[in-house]
Design a protein around this ligand. Structure first.
Ligand SMILES: [Zn+2]
Length: 475
């Protein structure tokens, strides 16, 4: 085989594949974004979305997954004439993606790129967390990726990141998208410097703290449970008060974790963010922390009833359904994320009219029905982390009890061994009953004991629910 390719085969070049000036006019990076698109009126924003939505639909019709999925529901191209028709498009969920044709992996039918016929462009492949079987591949074109990077930059700017700040990213670097995407966005669109310590398996927690201290890191990006763990290791094992470290912001997917205790531990603002592997950051809090603004020039976010998928009124909980307005590879049209959230009422003090979501309360497919009551493991975590006698670490163990009814036991780590355990068990059982309306058994365990279930220091994908009922696969 000849090592030299034929002269006709050009290697595609990243910078030549994008018209950057046009891209930046369309999706302004920070800080320009905050003087332009960010301040559009709802009508102006709607008009911008409508135009981008129709272009995105045109692209989606070229993707085999949508031709198949929509075809099966009798949808035709002419049925969708504007954004007002969005509700007529059948949604899909991750289960539909998993069932996609695997004829030529990783070129799944939802991606819409065919190496046999498409012009080559520089591509990047990242995946879902993949708890069972192979992870789900997602491929990004240069333009798709740059839009996601611009949005990461906007988010961080909004939360106070400035040039020359060091931003430590305690997210796995590998197949999953989070860490890699954070690095690209910080590096290309903030002027700040990413410090890629990765998960606790890549850089041990004590070393993470030593680096943070020695290099005067200003922002920390990570999962809240791990950021809390880092703070406790600093305080209790290294004798370093996290509040003395000068960290200004903790950038996390907060969910229902307790903000106040995390802010108190670090003496830093906590900013909530919502994103996914397929789309990057979709929504983030501004410095007013009054809900996460959706980046509406790039996404349409619906909050819908989980059963009917009809829109929920402002303030009522439903599932997040996302439509992208920029993706060439794997455009997402009415992607039911199964994440439970609500639209935030009123206007934000920052003046932007970009709509806001309150919080992510849990994944609807992680929900457990206990004696008729819907329980999210995340809501249990919220109660646990408010108790200062615990580390905030917990795991929910689901078993079948007598008579076949589900029994849940929550194992909670306590800071002090011994006499406090019984009191913590009793108090938390009462608090959980109050908060969730159902009795849950609480078992206090020693510090570090639940990590074997959750994978806290090993992975970014922390498990909070272990289903031990017979014939159930683990979540
Ligand atoms: Zn705001």
């Amino acid at each position: 085989m000849s090592p030299v390719p034929p002269a006709s085969a050009e290697s595609p070049r990243y910078y030549a594949s994008i018209d950057f000036d046009a891209l930046w006019r369309e999706f302004p990076p920070a800080p320009q974004f905050f003087q332009s698109t960010w301040m559009l009126s709802p009508d102006e924003l709607r008009a911008l979305q409508n135009e981008r939505f129709l272009r995105q639909m045109e692209r989606a019709w070229q993707v085999p997954f949508y031709r198949r999925h929509w075809g099966a529901h009798g949808l035709e191209a002419g049925d969708i004439r504007s954004l007002d028709d969005l509700g007529a498009i059948p949604p899909f969920s991750v289960h539909d993606l998993r069932e996609g044709t695997n004829a030529n992996p990783p070129w799944m039918d939802y991606i819409g790129i065919d190496p046999a016929t498409d012009e080559p462009v520089p591509l990047i492949l990242q995946t879902s967390g993949g708890t069972t079987g192979l992870p789900r591949p997602m491929i990004f074109t240069p333009r798709d990726r740059e839009v996601m990077n611009i949005i990461t930059g906007r988010r961080l700017y909004m939360q106070g990141v400035r040039p020359f700040d060091l931003v430590q990213v305690a997210l796995s670097m590998g197949l999953t998208n989070g860490g890699v995407l954070a690095r690209e966005g910080i590096w290309k669109y903030t002027g700040a410097v990413p410090v890629m310590t990765g998960s606790g398996a890549q850089t041990p927690t004590r070393r993470q703290i030593e680096i943070l201290k020695a290099w005067n890191v200003k922002f920390l990006v990570g999962f809240p449970a791990y950021v809390r763990h880092m703070g406790l290791v600093a305080r209790d094992e290294l004798n370093i008060d996290p509040r003395s470290l000068g960290v200004k912001g903790l950038i996390v997917h907060l969910g229902t974790e307790d903000r106040a205790s995390l802010e108190a531990l670090w003496g830093a603002d906590v900013f909530d963010t919502y994103g996914c592997n397929e789309c990057g950051t979709m929504a983030a809090e501004c410095h007013h922390k009054s809900g996460m603004h959706v980046f509406e020039d790039a996404f349409i976010l619906e909050v819908n009833d989980p059963d009917t998928l009809k829109p929920k009124p402002v303030g009522e909980k439903g599932v997040a359904v996302v439509t992208t307005l920029f993706k060439h590879a794997a455009p997402m049209i009415r992607y039911n994320m199964n994440d439970v959230t609500a639209l935030a009422p009123g206007a934000c003090a920052c003046g932007s009219r970009h709509k806001r979501i309150t919080a992510i309360y849990g994944r609807s497919d992680n929900m457990v029905k206990l004696r008729g009551v819907n329980v999210f493991p995340e809501a249990i975590g919220s109660v646990v982390s408010q108790d200062a006698r615990t580390t905030g670490e917990y795991v929910c163990l689901l078993d079948s009890g007598t008579g076949g009814r589900e029994e849940m036991t929550v194992q909670v780590e306590v800071l002090q061994a011994g006499s406090e355990r019984a009191a913590v068990e009793k108090d938390l059982a009462v608090r959980l009953k109050e908060a969730l309306g159902v009795s849950i058994k609480v078992e206090a365990v020693e510090r570090g004991a639940v990590a074997r279930f959750t994978g806290l220091t090993e992975t970014s994908k922390i498990k909070r629910l272990i289903d031990r009922r017979p014939s159930r696969s683990q979540q």
